[in-house]
Design a protein around this ligand. Structure first.
Ligand code: SAJ
Length: 476
């Protein structure tokens, strides 16, 4: 426990002026909520005046949200705090020196989708900027999802190097991972419990003081900085693992000729004291920005660990294996497509495929790392002609995405459902068959959207993930 920092914080008094670096999906709602808390005097939102995102500065200073899509309550809140003079957006990072606390909400994307190596460039630049203007008694909080060990390691080193100050003695340092989801940013920050981890107890307590006022239903859960980093990466790793377990069960059920949804309902029926069976849903794959990368952050964190890992010899991490199972599902969708075509004496070459769904998430326009992309790559590689429909995704680099489903279905030999958008649940075999115009249409269902019997009885060759009971149906 650093007596020096306790004394400095006591002299400084409660947190009044806050800075948020990174005016994105995480930073903007966080800054608005800090500004709306009566106990804080002012919030500065820091945004680089870059050609790609400098426009946000003027918008935010007018109380307008630069975020795409519906974010309930956010624009009203921004208007309120700007009118009250409690929030200002600036590109002048030297103003960090005026603050009592600063949070960094900067993206940690992949270097490239295939490498799965996090690109910390922007985060490091942000940490350096803070270090350059760091003053005694300030609290620095990293909100980005980061490899366990980053706060006490790389972040601490950069801050101390740039400022000449000592973390835990001259300033407080903590990690408080974001848990927001697009479409419910304010609600998530207010209502989710907030993991807060300092590099020591004094730092943790100072970070608790920062976050407590913005929570309504949620409560603060204090722990160490590294435990907070492991919590965030592990909560997504475990979700990915649970999805992989459902996907593997689906593949097993296909091989054993049974319906995975019967098994899922059967397992879920085991209820009672202390019994939990989290059976998630099998599907065409796992996309997005969280689950596709956080496992690798956790795995990398172990390599930075303080003790050598004790684990079964030559055994692969089940978490990495889960990633491989989930990333196999688009391949499985393509294998089902090839098997369905074989049943009617066809090969993929020259086949016209209607892909329904590009987004990685049902009823969303979020197309980050979509499982539909590897499926499309494999089908093109095999000589198929592809048309893509999505009711929500408008643009995706290098791909024409059609909003008109009839256009995409017309003349198709195969229809493949990659995303479980609501619109697809209403499709009838007659409607699709008429548009496709094929005598022996094929349907591959990756999200348990259609009733197999309806399509089989209408003359479709059907294959569905986990539907071992239907995938070898007799041809009509
Ligand atoms: N998926 C399945 N089967 C399932 C659930 C999801 O195949 O049973 C697929 C989805 O189709 C999608 C991918 O997994 O392609 C990810 O889905 P997701 O619901 O996990 O959505 P994300 O990636 O936006 O995850 C976020 C995470 N939240 C944060 O990082 C703050 C995750 O921790 C949340 O659990 C998740 O939202 C959520 O519950 O909505």
């Amino acid at each position: 426990m650093s007596e020096k920092l306790i004394k400095i914080l006591k002299e400084k008094g409660p947190i009044k002026k806050i800075g948020v670096i990174g005016m994105g999906y995480v930073g903007i709602p966080a800054a608005a909520l800090f500004a709306d808390a009566p106990c804080f005097d002012h919030v500065l939102g820091f945004q680089r005046a870059s050609s790609s995102s400098g426009y946000k500065i003027d918008m935010l200073n007018k109380g307008e949200s630069p975020l795409k899509g519906e974010e309930p309550g956010l624009e009203d809140l921004l208007q309120k705090v700007v009118k009250a003079g409690k929030f200002t957006c600036t590109s002048d990072f030297s103003r960090i020196s005026e603050l009592d606390a600063v949070t960094l909400a900067i993206q940690t994307p992949f270097e490239d989708p295939k490498s799965l190596l996090p690109d910390f460039t922007a985060l490091i630049e942000g940490i350096r900027n803070v270090g350059k203007h760091l003053r005694k008694g300030m609290l620095v909080v990293l909100e980005s999802t980061i490899t366990p060990g980053t706060t006490v390691g790389m972040a601490r080193e950069i801050l101390e190097e740039e400022s000449g100050l000592v973390a835990g003695e001259d300033f407080a340092l903590a990690h408080a991972p974001e848990r927001v989801m697009v479409g419910r940013l304010l609600q998530n920050i207010r209502e989710h419990d907030r993991i807060v981890g300092g590099i020591d107890d004094v730092c943790t307590q100072r970070a608790v003081e920062l976050y407590t006022p913005v929570l309504t239903k949620g409560k603060v859960i204090p722990m160490t900085a590294t435990a907070a980093e492991v919590t965030k990466t592990a909560e997504n790793t475990f979700r990915d693992l649970q999805i992989a377990a459902a996907n593997q069960l689906a593949l097993y059920c296909e091989a054993m000729g049974i319906n995975v949804y019967d098994v899922r309902a059967g397992i879920a029926s085991l209820k009672g004291e202390g019994i939990t069976r989290a059976i998630l849903y099998p599907g065409a794959g796992v996309g997005g920005h969280c689950l596709t990368k956080d496992t690798y952050h956790l795995e990398r964190g172990v390599t930075l660990g303080v003790e050598p890992l004790d684990y079964p010899e030559n055994a692969e991490s089940i978490y990495v294996l889960a990633r491989r199972v989930n990333d196999f599902m688009p391949k499985h969708m393509f294998n089902l497509t090839v098997k369905a075509l074989e049943r009617i004496g066809k090969t993929p070459k020259g086949i016209k495929i209607a892909m329904l769904g590009w987004a990685f998430l049902n009823d969303s326009d979020d197309a980050r790392n979509p499982p539909s992309e590897p499926y499309r790559d494999m089908a093109l590689e095999a000589g198929c002609e592809i048309n893509v429909h999505d009711p929500h995704v408008v643009h995706y680099p290098g791909i024409d995405i059609h909003a008109n489903i009839d256009e995409v279905l017309t003349g198709a030999d195969v229809v493949v459902i990659l995303t479980g958008h609501k619109q697809y649940f209403g499709l009838t075999p007659e409607q699709i068959k008429q548009k496709m115009g094929s005598k022996q249409p094929v349907i591959i269902d990756g999200r348990n959207v259609v009733d197999p019997d309806k399509f089989i009885n209408a003359g479709f060759v059907y294959k569905g993930i986990g539907r071992g009971d239907k995938n070898s149906h007799s041809l009509k």
